[in-house]
Write a protein that binds this ligand. Sequence first.
Ligand SMILES: [Zn+2]
Ligand SMILES: [Zn+2]
Length: 670
Amino acid sequence: MHLLVPLHNQFKTYIVNMIKITFPDGSVREYEQGVTGYQIAESISPALARNVVSCGVNGETVELNRPIMEDSTIALYKFEDEEGKHTFWHTSAHLLAEALQELYPGIQFGFGPAVENGFYYDVMPPEGVAISENDFPKIEAKMKELAKKNEAVVRKDISKADALKEFKADGQEYKCEHIDQDLEDGTITTYTQGAFTDLCRGPHLVSTGLIKAIKITSVAGAFWRGDAKREQLTRIYGITFPKQKMLDEYLVMLEEAKKRDHRKIGKEMELFMFSDRVGKGLPIWLPKGTDLRLRLQEMLRKIQKNYGYQEVITPHIGSKNLYVTSGHYAHYGKDSFQPIHTPEEDEEYMLKPMNCPHHCEIFANKPRSYKDLPLRIAEFGTVYRYEKSGELHGLTRVRSFTQDDAHIFCRPDQIKQEFERVMDIIHSVFSTFNFENVEAQISLRDPNDHEKYIGSDEVWAEAEQAIIDACKEKGLNAKVEYGEAAFYGPKLDFMVKDAIGRRWQLGTIQVDYNLPERFKLEYTAEDNTKKTPVMVHRAPFGSMERFTAVLIEHTAGKFPLWLTPEQVAILPISEKFVDYANKVKRYFDTVGVRASVDERNEKIGRKIRDNELKRIPYMLIVGEKEADEGLVSVRRQGAGDQGQMKMEEFAKQLLDEVATMLKATDIRPE
Ligand SMILES: [Zn+2]
Ligand SMILES: [Zn+2]
């Protein structure tokens, strides 16, 4: 549609094109060409315009003042949205740099990205200057002062030559190296606020005034470009919010998170350990941790059995050729553990980075017919992936971990049913641990670029629809993301919120058209032709290590009664009653209650306190009356004294409680 608008004082007419803007709910409105995200927000409501921080135009996040020139889809992002946070924190990194430049003239800047919780900037302070925690208040104050000025953040396209000249004049060696080595002429943009200009692709806030609450959180050393052979820079971390209240809440959450740190609790409860002699990033599960892990595995095993999975065990290493066939070598080879050579035959083996290639060989082990499908192969498979030592973190970032892996080989028309079944399993796991607010993301192809994906349009469309339908059928609140699918198939990811509101990604279901083709897998179809099966990868826990870490932080180590390594501590009030305490324990052993006796010669008050620290759900205190009458005095963690009862009665009550907790795992396919 064209509107003819006479232009003031001129004899020609100026044509204003109208463009169609499509909103996430599918509704369409018309705006003048060149309209900005901010104007669109304003046209909807003033409140929205106040809170919007950036916008997604055709899937790309851009500034609110970027003119939109053609028919587009739009998403308006507030701070609460992930993309909005990213814009906000990214701009905050620039604000940090602006403050540092004022405070430490001559400072050099490396990279300054937004991260999961805030942002950082890598800097090289001027000679003789070290930035430490003591400087945080000063930096925060300067950032606040600058934010108050509400400076506009101005974008500029710049040629490579000019960019080099400009940053060289400022003495910014790292920026120059980055421009020189990584950037192509014609793609370079800078952003300026106040006296500070940064090399950046954006997007940013339109101005810095929205940044109201600022906290510099930590400082650490970081090698330039992560390269241990290069200079060590200073990495300054911070976080910002549009409201002081949000920062206050975040700091309370952070304190709570510190208390729940799985590395700390894992040590206190003797669940797992690391040893530099064994090797960095290689977790060692101690007896109690192993006990807990095996119980987790048993829980999943039981469900999987009901759902028709067959468990296998495959080696920890595989021939290099296996991973060349699977494509993993081309993808990860150079950045991974290097092949092991046999001394005589000069064969090459690799630590297993994935279980999938091994399972493909299991499928290929004998002829398969359509009647054999779906074939569901499960393995608690340990894999090895190289991570830089500086990036290792407790059980969440390790070099060796065990996936609760499974691969489903099926026909294309079985994808929906298989997704629904896996979703049942994942739902059962999540509800057993009281993870609420389960969110899901469906990752689909980029609608404008079907070239980069393997597999025909037809099979993709079928699989994508199957995932969407499966989510609808299961009533799952799933967000659809276009362009996020891997080149080999669409997927569904699950996120949970833990007890203190943090989001964790747990559980993935991934369709794969690539591996079956690479391994030339086939089955005989009903019409006697050979067809390629579809492969579905899935892992409800993700890995035993990561899931255990999340569980520790979610429960603060107070594991559910059914899972915890020690359910009951029996505390004799004096040495005289140790024999009776052991008699109670022996009885518990026979009925399957996990108990220990605190035989130490300590006062009962001390024993109670110590066992409380061990996060044992039940303490049973036994003295003369208990010993005479076969009783136990029950204390429940967090609920105090529960009175006396017969030991048999207590055991039955505990076992009933466990059975109730595990009800959600008692599922079978419909
Ligand atoms: Zn930037
Ligand atoms: Zn896999």
